[in-house]
Design a protein around this ligand. Structure first.
Ligand SMILES: *Cc1c(COP(=O)(O)O)cnc(C)c1O
Length: 437
């Protein structure tokens, strides 16, 4: 059986052609299927929980554009808002009322923030949050964690150095070592290392940036004791705690991962929050926010420069606002969490029946699964799970019409459009794929 057995001839031809004009044939590397092999599917259209590729194959979509499509594709209220906004004009380079409405909507659901600035990508939001943290504290150094992704700004493309005393090395060509010399990379969920890093560098640390539930090394939660200690250390040393909620924001709960941690740690708040993905509902839109006092460090009020030609774009804000209004309806996240839970329960049962070691977890509409007997707590543990089996399973599912993330290192996403029948069909596909995997 070839890994591409349903017809992929049109996708294959498009991929061939794309590689002539676009490096690697894609505009974002993971789309090229390099981690799993085979032909990336060129998508022709999508509706609800489904996507159709250029060869007419239908898939149940568990990527949802890597998170934004929390309502499924083409939700009527969102579509209507976008069409109306488009008629009124694509972009003005001047302020609009809808930007205020979206800012107010975000602030209403996230108690830790008093003001937000809208930008166009998660990368931009994370990069700007770091600049703001450095500007507000007058410090240069920052901590990030192995396996967390915060977009591709230079200072954040870093891997751990050889020891705690050394700062990181660039993970990309084109990033000079001097640019990452202030970035310290620590092990996720490693309290001892965190304490040692603060003991050594505390007074120089501008911020600590973390994916509180990491979705860029599959799905790994920061433990509650780790988050608790992180909060204490940041407060003690005057470093700002930055929650990168580009993936988790409005997805794991209406108030994001910070709301999930506040259940275990009453009163818990990060200092700065970064959003993207869901807040744009599929359009290029992201944001960062914190207290009014810190936000007033930004231009035009303060000395920290930040700007964007398309920031707060009228069509994107219409899309984001309509999305947030739908997901703020009572019971939305409870229902989404139950659907997601039913998916991972079904997959776990199927794996158990097939005698395949399997561990899975979810929060709200985000999930992860691993071919291994326990849930990994950090990046090395993710790497130690069975990648070959994951890749076989991925292709087995794709052939059976289920579109999972094409890499072991990515989380999965369920939308409100996924019905019990879609979940049942997915679990049925998994039974077949697991037998072959
Ligand atoms: C997707 C993502 C980013 C980057 O967002 P882009 O819009 O792709 O630039 C940053 N942080 C996290 C946690 C993400 O998941």
């Amino acid at each position: 059986m070839s890994i591409d057995s349903p017809s992929t001839s049109r996708s294959a031809a498009l991929f061939e052609r794309a590689q002539q004009s676009i490096p690697g044939g894609v505009n974002s590397p993971v789309r090229a299927f390099r981690a799993v092999g085979g032909t990336p599917r060129f998508i022709a259209r999508a509706e609800g929980p489904y996507m159709w590729d250029a060869d007419g194959q239908k898939y149940i979509d568990y990527i949802g554009s890597w998170g934004p499509m929390i309502l499924g594709h083409g939700h009527p209220a969102v579509l209507e808002a976008v069409l109306k906004a488009a008629h009124d004009g694509f972009s003005f380079g001047a302020p609009t009322e809808r930007e205020i409405e979206l800012a107010e909507e975000i602030i209403r659901h996230v108690p830790s923030i008093e003001q937000v600035r809208l930008v166009s990508s998660g990368t931009e939001a994370a990069m700007s949050a770091i600049r703001l943290a450095r500007g507000a504290t007058g410090r240069s150094k920052l901590i990030k964690f192995e396996g967390c992704y915060h977009g591709h700004a230079d200072a954040l493309l870093v891997k751990a150095g050889s020891g705690l005393a050394t700062f990181g090395h660039p993970t990309s060509a084109g990033v000079p070592p001097e640019v990452v010399q202030h970035t310290l990379v620590l092990g996720y969920n490693d309290i001892e290392q965190l304490e040692a890093a603060f003991a050594q560098h505390g007074p120089e640390l501008a911020c600590v940036m973390i994916e509180p539930i990491a979705g860029n090394m599959n799905f790994v939660r920061a433990s509650v004791p780790f988050v608790k200690r992180l909060r204490e250390l940041c407060s003690q040393h005057g470093a700002l705690l930055v929650f990168d909620e580009v993936m988790t924001g409005f997805r794991v709960a209406l108030g994001g991962a910070q709301q999930v941690y506040a259940r275990a740690l009453p009163g818990f708040r990060p200092d700065i929050s970064v959003f993207g993905k869901v807040i744009g509902g599929g359009m290029p839109l992201a944001a960062f926010g914190t207290s009014r006092q810190i936000m007033q460090q930004l231009a035009p009020l303060g000395p920290v420069y930040q700007a964007g030609t398309l920031s707060g774009n009228p069509v994107a804000t219409a899309c984001g606002l309509a999305t947030l209004r739908e997901i703020a309806k009572p019971g939305f996240h409870e229902a989404l969490a139950a659907t997601t839970r039913s998916l991972i329960d079904g997959l776990s049962t199927a794996a158990h029946e097939a005698g395949v070691p399997f561990a899975a977890d979810s929060e709200g509409g985000m999930f992860g699964f691993f071919f291994g007997s326990e849930l990994p707590q950090n990046y090395p543990a993710v790497l130690a799970t069975d990648k070959e089996r994951f890749n076989r399973f991925f292709h087995g599912m794709l052939e059976r019409g289920v579109y999972l993330a094409p890499a072991l290192y990515e989380a999965g996403f369920v939308s409100a459009a996924h019905s019990p029948a879609d979940i049942a069909a997915t679990v049925q596909a998994a039974r077949g794929a697991l037998r072959a995997a």
